[in-house]
Design a protein around this ligand. Structure first.
Ligand SMILES: Nc1ncnc2c1ncn2[C@@H]1O[C@H](COP(=O)(O)OP(=O)(O)OP(=O)(O)O)[C@@H](O)[C@H]1O
Ligand SMILES: [Mg+2]
Length: 441
C-alpha cells in the first residue's frame, strides 16, 4: 500500500516540487497550505507520516504536533524549518516530532529521512500491538471441533478487514471474541469502540456516535468527537445488534455504506476507517423474516459469521476450561475433584461460560485457604435440572417434567425423597405428578 503523506507547507512552489518528486517515488500526498486545512485533513483522512513546516500563515507548526498526536499518538512527524529556527526545531522534537531538516530541503535527503522515519513508525506500531496483546484477556479456545472451527475463522477475521458477525447464546464469549479479533490485526494499535445497540436512542445516536460541532445545541460549547471518530483505524464493535431499533438501523446502514457521516450541526462530511464487528444472541434470519431487522443491513454486517456453541455442546472442553478460569480468577487451585467435575458436567449451563465463571468464583469465596473445593460449594447446581442435549430441549414445562421423572426414578419412585431432592413440598410434587398424568392419559 502507498504511504499516505500529509504535507503542510505554505509555499506553493515548494509543495509543487515535493509532490512531483515524491508522487513518482510511490507516495500518496495530501497538501495543506495552513494549519486550518491540515486539521481538517487530519480529522478526515488516515496518514502514515506528516511533513510539517514551522512558519505557517495561521500559526506555528509546533502547535500542530499536539493536534496530530491527539488524533494518532504514533504518527511520525518530520519538521522542515529555516536555518535560523534550529531552537524551534529542537522544541518540536521535544514536543513529539521525530526528525527535522533545514531549508532549502534536498528532496533526495528528505526521501531517506522519510523512509527511515516510516520504518521506525512501523516498529513503534508493532511494539504497541505487542504490548496490547500481552495485556489481553486470555480467550480460551479448547479442543472441540466446533471451537477449533471458531478459532480458524477468528484468526482469518483477525488478519482481514471484512465485517464479522458473532452469534451465540448469552455468556458464550461473543464480546470477548470480538476483542480478541480486534487484537490480532494491525488495528490493535487503535481503539476498539463498543456500542451496545439495545440502548441506542435517536438523539443519543447523533450526539455520542457522530459527535457534534460547537454551537450545535445550547450546551455544546466546543467540538466533540463522536465514537465513530474514535473508532477510526480501529474497530467498531456493535454489540446486541439484533436489538437495534428500526430507525437506528436505517441511520447505521447509511454510515456503513459510505463510511462517512456528519457531526451534529456541522456540514463537513467526515470519514472513519473502521473495521466492523457485530454480535447478537438473536437469530438474525428470523428477525429479518419477521420484519424486525433490515435485510440490507444484515447483508452488510454478515460477510463472515462465527457461531459460538453453547457450553452444553462442548462439555469435553469443560475440565480444561475450568482450569483456565480458575487460573484467571487467581486461585491457587487449578483442578477440581472428580465428584465436583461430575457435578459440573451434569449441569446444562444456560448462562454458559459467564455462569461457569461466576459459579467458580462463588465456590472459591466459600472455600477457606488451604482446603479443597467441595461439592457442597455448588449447592445451587445440585437443585437445578439435569442437562438435556440441546436439540432435544423442549419447553420449560417439558424440561421440568423430564427432571421430575428422572429424580423420581433415581429415588426408586419414593415421592417423599424425590420431593426432598427437588426441594419442593410433597404436596407440590403430587400436584405436578397429577397434572403430568392427566396430560399423558
Ligand atoms: N472463551 C472464553 N475464555 C475465557 N473466558 C470466557 C470465554 N468466553 C466467555 N468467558 C467469560 O465469560 C464472560 C462472558 O463473556 P462475554 O461477555 O464475552 O459473553 P457474551 O456472549 O458477549 O454474552 P452476552 O450475550 O450476554 O453479551 C466473560 O467476561 C469471560 O469472563
Ligand atoms: Mg456480550
Amino acid at each position: 500500500m502507498k504511504p499516505n503523506v500529509l504535507l503542510i507547507e505554505d509555499n506553493a512552489a515548494t509543495r509543487f516540487g515535493f509532490v512531483r518528486y515524491f508522487a513518482k517515488d510511490g507516495y500518496d500526498i495530501v497538501e495543506a497550505a495552513n494549519l486550518a486545512e491540515a486539521s481538517i485533513a487530519m480529522r478526515t483522512c488516515r496518514f502514515d507520516i506528516v511533513i510539517l513546516d514551522i512558519n505557517l500563515p495561521d500559526g506555528s507548526g509546533i502547535d500542530f504536533i499536539e493536534t496530530a498526536k491527539a488524533n494518532d499518538p504514533l504518527i511520525p512527524i518530520i519538521i522542515i524549518t529555516g536555518e535560523g529556527d534550529i531552537p524551534l526545531a529542537v522544541e518540536a522534537m521535544q514536543r513529539g516530532a521525530d526528525n527535522f531538516l533545514t531549508k532549502p530541503v534536498d528532496n533526495a535527503s528528505l526521501a531517506v529521512f522519510m523512509r527511515k522515519t516510516l520504518e521506525i513508525g512501523d516498529l513503534k506500531q508493532q511494539q504497541s500491538t505487542r504490548k496490547r496483546l500481552e495485556k489481553k484477556d486470555d480467550f480460551f479456545i479448547g479442543e472441540t471441533r466446533a471451537m477449533r472451527n471458531v478459532h480458524e475463522l477468528a484468526r482469518a477475521a483477525g488478519d482481514g478487514d471484512i465485517p464479522v458477525l458473532i452469534t451465540g447464546e448469552t455468556g458464550t464469549g461473543k464480546g470477548m471474541l470480538a476483542k480478541w479479533i480486534h487484537q490480532q490485526g494491525e488495528r490493535a494499535a487503535h481503539e476498539c469502540v463498543e456500542i451496545n445497540c439495545s440502548g441506542l436512542r435517536g438523539e443519543m445516536l447523533s450526539r455520542e456516535i457522530f459527535g457534534h460541532a460547537r454551537g450545535a445545541f445550547t450546551s455544546a460549547d466546543q467540538d466533540r468527537k463522536g465514537l465513530l471518530d474514535i473508532a477510526n483505524r480501529g474497530t467498531l464493535f456493535l454489540d446486541k445488534i439484533g436489538d437495534m431499533g428500526m430507525d437506528v438501523q436505517a441511520q447505521f446502514l447509511k454510515v456503513l455504506e459510505d463510511k462517512s457521516y456528519r457531526r451534529l450541526g456541522d456540514v463537513k462530511l467526515l470519514r472513519s476507517n473502521f473495521r466492523l464487528i457485530c454480535a447478537t444472541h438473536h437469530d438474525l434470519d428470523s428477525l429479518v423474516s419477521s420484519g424486525q431487522f433490515r435485510h440490507d443491513l444484515m447483508y452488510r454486517i454478515n460477510m463472515l459469521s462465527i457461531h459460538l456453541p453453547p457450553l452444553r455442546e462442548r462439555m469435553d472442553d469443560l475440565p480444561a476450561l475450568v482450569s483456565h478460569l480458575l487460573r484467571s480468577l487467581g486461585s491457587g487451585i487449578s483442578t477440581l475433584s472428580d465428584d465436583v467435575m461430575k457435578l459440573l458436567c451434569g449441569y446444562s449451563w444456560p448462562g454458559n461460560i459467564r455462569e461457569l465463571k461466576n459459579v467458580l468464583e462463588r465456590a472459591l469465596l466459600l472455600t477457606p485457604r488451604g482446603t479443597t473445593i467441595r461439592q457442597t460449594h455448588f449447592a445451587n447446581l445440585a437443585m437445578t435440572r439435569p442437562p438435556l442435549p440441546y436439540r432435544q430441549r423442549g419447553t420449560i414445562q417439558e424440561d421440568e417434567e423430564a427432571r421430575i421423572k428422572a429424580v423420581l426414578a433415581e429415588q426408586g419412585g419414593n415421592v417423599e425423597l424425590a420431593a426432598k431432592s427437588l426441594k419442593v413440598s410433597r404436596a407440590t410434587l403430587y400436584r405436578r405428578l397429577i397434572q403430568i398424568g392427566r396430560k399423558q392419559a
